[in-house]
Design a protein around this ligand. Sequence first.
Ligand SMILES: Nc1nc2c(c(=O)[nH]1)N[C@H]1C(S)=C(S)[C@@H](COP(=O)(O)O)O[C@H]1N2
Ligand SMILES: [Mo]
Length: 189
Amino acid sequence: MPVLYSVLETKMSLFSNTRPLIFAVALSAFWLTALSGLPCDAHAEMEAPTGEVILVVGGNISETNVGDEAHFDRQMLTALGMETLTTTTPFEETPQDFQGPRLAALLKAVGAQGQVIVATALDGYTVEIPTRDMLDYPVLLAMVWNGKEMGIRNKGPTWIIYPLDQYPELVEEKFSTRSVWQLSSLNIQ
Ligand SMILES: Nc1nc2c(c(=O)[nH]1)N[C@H]1C(S)=C(S)[C@@H](COP(=O)(O)O)O[C@H]1N2
Ligand SMILES: [Mo]
């Protein structure tokens, strides 16, 4: 039966050709499953900024994207998780609405290790801020003030805001000096 024989032969050869393929698919499926089970913090590379850089973090950090620094554009800071804080400031007597990521989230994102943050502003103002503050209080890196994105003209691009109304002990000169507006860089020491 030559016809049946040739059909069988075709089936056999089909099988033997696809077997390595099936094996390869199964193997990659296995690895995809195995790899997706890895913990997420198993070191994702920090993305590079695509927009204008509005904050540079340097010093003792483990995550970098430009040389030994971590550069952030607006979108990257937003991605850290926007929170809202309503409080009076050393300037305004009525409560103001601020939005931005927590400074603690930024420190975590760059893998900051240190006791002190040296904050520097566009006007050259500089002050030392204990890292401890970020553990004790929800300190905000404000980017939005009363619904408006902060530019250099209105104390932006970012302004360190302490929750003065929520924690009365923060109403003190020491903390006012840490409320840096027009923040440009942070150095972790
Ligand atoms: N960029 C920048 N931020 C700054 C300052 C400054 O000179 N430049 N002064 C600090 C000080 S000393 C205080 S007390 C608070 C509040 O400033 P004010 O008292 O002038 O309103 O802002 C702080 N943030
Ligand atoms: Mo001050």
